[in-house]
Design a protein around this ligand. Structure first.
Ligand code: SIN
Length: 284
């Protein structure tokens, strides 16, 4: 029997009673999916997942999306193409995963794609004793609380979601540093999207660095983006997750931004992430 206990009335919930990913029946799968739609972030604790469980539970939300291509190449072969390793651990002189130990800035996963992932799932295999917390911000609540003038300023605008940088500010493999934010490659998305499944309006901001608002001069774009980001990441919209081994966090990448605190480089932190293929159908 699945039980859902919210942290806030409409954002972030812990789910209890989930069977292993490879043995999820239709009732458990439906309850999990509904909790994800209702709360945007779903946390399950005390699991003993292998990658088969992680990929099986990912299928509750849709088809697995390949891990970011450049990162997959960087960490070599031998791993599943749909599981992305997030880690600071170095073995035989090579990082076993991506994002290291530094702060990861606020972002949506892979929003440089025309059809960004709908869900992201992050499973903790090893965690740092301190630091490494992951923060989630509710962009549906942020949209609803927009000041009228800010809402009017971004209505109908599109934001370029840059593709060249990871959330820790590193250049992706094969990317080059643009001379100017205006020439940063990326994908345009509406600043306000209507969630195709819940019908709620949400801010869809991607990441701040190297973003720009289409058609505005650079100074105006920077000023408007700074205002938007300051609003969107206010503590009122944020839930912070302190990890334990065996935690699985599933978030709605269309509704939720996330960031990660830095942690001690000498500590080991290993997470496996999957992402679920997006669809342009129904995007606002
Ligand atoms: C991510 O941005 O997907 C990883 C977040 C984390 O390492 O907690």
């Amino acid at each position: 029997m699945i039980e859902v206990r919210p942290y806030r009335p409409r954002f972030a919930a812990q789910v209890f009673g989930l069977p292993p990913g490879t043995r999820l029946g239709p009732a458990a799968a439906n309850a999990l999916r509904q909790a994800w739609l209702d709360y945007g972030v779903v946390i399950v604790r005390g699991l003993h997942y292998g990658d088969d469980d992680l990929v099986a539970v990912s299928r509750v939300f849709g088809e697995p999306e390949l891990a970011p291509a450049s990162e997959r190449q960087a960490r070599g072969g031998g791993l599943r193409p749909d599981v992305w390793v997030v880690s600071n651990v170095i073995e035989n002189g090579r990082p076993i995963g991506s994002l290291g130990y530094g702060e990861a800035e606020w972002h949506s996963d892979m929003s440089y794609l025309a059809e960004p992932p709908t869900a992201s799932l992050l499973y903790a295999l090893e965690v740092s004793p301190e630091g490494g917390d992951t923060w989630f911000a509710d962009m549906a609540a942020a949209h609803d609380a927009l000041a009228p003038d800010l809402k009017a300023a971004i209505a109908g605008e599109r934001i370029n979601h840059p593709s060249s940088l990871t959330a820790t500010g590193d250049l992706r493999l094969g990317a080059t540093r643009p001379a100017d934010v205006r020439s940063a490659p990326g994908t345009l998305h509406p600043a306000i999207e209507v969630h195709p499944e819940t019908g709620r309006a949400t801010l869809f901001l991607g990441r701040r660095r190297w973003a720009r608002i289409e058609g505005l001069d650079l100074a105006a774009s920077e000023e408007l983006l700074d205002r938007l980001w300051a609003h969107a990441t206010r503590p009122a919209f944020v839930h912070v997750h302190r990890w334990q081994v065996g935690d699985l966090v599933i978030w709605d990448n269309r509704r939720v931004l996330h960031r990660r605190d830095a942690f001690d480089p000498a500590a080991r932190r290993i997470m496996h992430r999957t992402q679920v293929r997006g669809s342009a159908v129904g995007r606002g």
